[in-house]
Design a binder for this molecule. Structure first.
Ligand SMILES: Nc1nc2c(ncn2[C@@H]2O[C@H](COP(=O)(O)OP(=O)(O)OP(=O)(O)O)[C@@H](O)[C@H]2O)c(=O)[nH]1
Length: 183
């Protein structure tokens, strides 16, 4: 067995979009209904993707708004980013765009593994951001897009698998997706 590859991820987004809930659902398989604003927490979980073990260190960051300075520490030694908004909050969708722009400025690289996540899909009646809007934004970033519910544990694991695959792809360890096959 090859040794686990250690990778560090940051999960960012506006306040109360479900960053901690996604992380805790992934690490502990549980959902907490109460709201406790995060300052900063780091979680660890090992996960196997394509026969390779990964030790993920996940930095659950404090909620940001459009005026927050992008913390310099989140631009160093982070292998991938999970940018979260809530499908019930148009404001959180606007803020995630601002965070993305700051991220690009700080990191100074065009190619960064990013997964854009629209969380809280279980709250159908309160939806303010359509799937199409999320998908289009991710396309402009060349990022991966997922809608999730941390409450229902819907596609939460997928976020972390996708970010690992994207890291490996950008490192040249996976073949580019074939868009067109001519035989
Ligand atoms: N219905 C529903 N509620 C959710 C979901 N995810 C999170 N919540 C709730 O939303 C509130 C905020 O969740 P957190 O996970 O603390 O959000 P956060 O983004 O970490 O918040 P900050 O630490 O302030 O940045 C809590 O009351 C959660 O229970 C979800 O998928 N569905």
């Amino acid at each position: 067995m090859p040794p686990p590859r250690e990778r560090k991820l940051a999960i960012m987004g506006y306040r109360s979009v479900g960053k901690s809930s996604i992380t805790i659902q992934f690490v502990d398989n549980q959902f907490v209904e109460s709201y406790d604003p995060t300052i900063e927490n780091t979680f660890t979980r090992q996960i196997k993707v394509l026969n390779q073990e990964y030790k993920l260190n996940i930095v659950d960051t404090a909620g940001q708004d459009e005026y927050s300075l992008f913390p310099v520490s989140y631009s160093l030694d982070i292998h991938g980013y999970i940018l979260v908004y809530s499908v019930t909050s148009a404001k959180s969708f606007e803020v995630v765009k601002v965070i993305y722009d700051k991220l690009l400025d700080m990191v100074g690289r065009i190619k960064i593994p990013i997964v854009l996540v629209g969380n809280k899909t279980d709250l159908h009646m309160h939806r303010k951001v359509t799937t199409d809007e999320g998908q289009k934004l991710a396309q402009t970033w060349n990022a991966i897009f997922l809608e999730t519910s941390a409450k229902d544990n819907l596609d939460v694991q997928e976020i972390f698998k996708k970010v690992i695959l994207e890291m490996e792809r950008q490192d040249g360890n996976l073949p580019e997706e074939k868009k067109c096959i001519i035989s």
